[in-house]
Design a protein around this ligand. Structure first.
Ligand SMILES: Nc1ncnc2c1ncn2[C@@H]1O[C@H](COP(=O)(O)OP(=O)(O)OP(=O)(O)O)[C@@H](O)[C@H]1O
Ligand SMILES: [Mg+2]
Length: 148
């Protein structure tokens, strides 16, 4: 039924649970998976001292790239172990906007993501990225809750 499944990852434990489920689903429905990580550059610019400390921008960007690489390798491995074809997209900008835009552009038919992410505030039912994607997506969204 699903042929192109997109996994949104911010490197969090929750998004890895989502990735495992997405790959399992891809296997039974003969789908390919595409993982997307969005470098949230706008959020960096809101940090105090962002413009004052020389080199801060570069270092934070580097950290984000490292995080995206780690998340992507982890998902690549999960997909490879399951024999599922895998692609990755690293985007830059507002996470929910980019997830919505790229999923549409790439003709995805299902989006899989965690209910929360790196901020991981359990008191919220959904994180802000998940909430905005669910509200605006034109394709089905599968939200994977935590185990706690
Ligand atoms: N930068 C991102 N790139 C790709 N996917 C993301 C990104 N940020 C979040 N996600 C996806 O959205 C899910 C929910 O994360 P979300 O950011 O909404 O919650 P949070 O980090 O707990 O709270 P908030 O960001 O609102 O403070 C994650 O598990 C992941 O699947
Ligand atoms: Mg978040």
């Amino acid at each position: 039924m699903f042929k192109k499944i997109m996994i949104a990852t911010d490197g969090s434990e929750m998004s890895m649970l989502a990735a495992v489920l997405a790959v399992g689903l891809a296997k039974i429905s003969g789908a390919t998976v595409t993982a997307i990580y969005v470098l949230d550059v706008h959020r960096l610019a809101q940090l105090p001292g962002y413009t004052e400390f020389p080199g801060l921008n570069d270092r934070l960007m580097k950290l984000m790239f490292t995080e995206s690489n780690e998340a992507m390798s982890e998902i690549a491995e999960i997909a490879q172990d399951a024999g599922i074809s895998y692609e990755k997209v690293v985007a830059e900008g507002n996470p929910s906007d980019e997830i919505l835009r790229r999923s549409q552009e790439l003709g995805m038919d299902l989006l899989v993501m965690g209910s929360i992410g790196r901020s991981g505030l359990n008191k919220f039912l959904l994180g802000s990225v998940a909430e905005k994607v669910v509200r605006h997506s034109k394709i089905p969204v599968l939200i994977v809750p935590g185990t706690k």
